[in-house]
Design a protein around this ligand. Sequence first.
Ligand SMILES: *[C@@H]1O[C@H](CO)[C@@H](O)[C@H](O)[C@H]1NC(C)=O
Length: 311
Amino acid sequence: MAAKTILSLGFLSLAAAQAVVYGQCGGIGWTGPTTCASGSSCVKSNDYYSQCLPGSGGATTTTTKTTTKATTTTAAAAATGWEEVIGEGSFSSFSSFWNYLYPWGSDHNGSARMKQDKVSVSGGVLTLKADRLSTQDGYSTANPKPAIWYWSGAVHAKQTVVINDQFPNWEIRGEFKAPTAKGTWPAFWLTGTQSWPPEIDILEFKGTTNNWFNTFRSSSDVSTTQVTVSNAATTFHQYRIWATKANANDVTVHFYVDGDWKGQHNAAGFVNKPMWIIINLQMEGSSGSPGPSGTTTYQAQKVYVGRTRAY
Ligand SMILES: *[C@@H]1O[C@H](CO)[C@@H](O)[C@H](O)[C@H]1NC(C)=O
């Protein structure tokens, strides 16, 4: 009897020391398990994040044989079947990948009304322009229904993002020149197609040089990581997330600027919640007012979306 109990406890503690498939198994600051469940092995994604991916070996210890930071795609591809959803050249085949406006129309939470002719593409670069109107164009039809004082540009991807057992890991990134003047509110973000939340903001400047990485679990339960990007308006910088299914209900989102890890949020309840990918140049609202009297420009290039397909 006593011997049997000890044996069981020994087994349990061994199991608890292993990270589950798709769980984190290493990285700077990580204090959890560094070995992986049987049938998976620990693959370094970057200095801050190693993950148990299905494939050879099973209970192996963390390896750090990959050397460069930009190996997420390659490492995942080797283990599970990486697939590209939107390639870096998508703006040059615009109508295959993107639609104009927001998924729900032309209006949202700021003082800009979106118009197709405020969107242009040249040399693989998407440009959104916001112009101040000389007379008010009524009110936004979306809450909080601000007065419309700009015509501007928004696009959304035809493909949506859903993190689940079939597609447990997603990389979403792009390079942006984002305006930071008072009254300018550019964003590159994900929002629920069937409900709100989920929302994940990959780029959101609100009239300053601070980028707001946000994860909305509800209107009052939000994780935010602010990162100052002092020359955000004049130089392309890469804004990136790596979103991974953490358990049956929850997603872990890692945030990066120019390849440097800036933080992680628990996107509790985001599993199986489809999300739109939106790039828009909203104005005023949370970014202050009055906004610029002239033209404001927001540019995007090399937007990329990829994922692992588990089956
Ligand atoms: C307003 O829209 C931006 C995207 O343009 C989004 O990030 C933000 O969460 C929205 N805020 C509110 C209060 O709806």
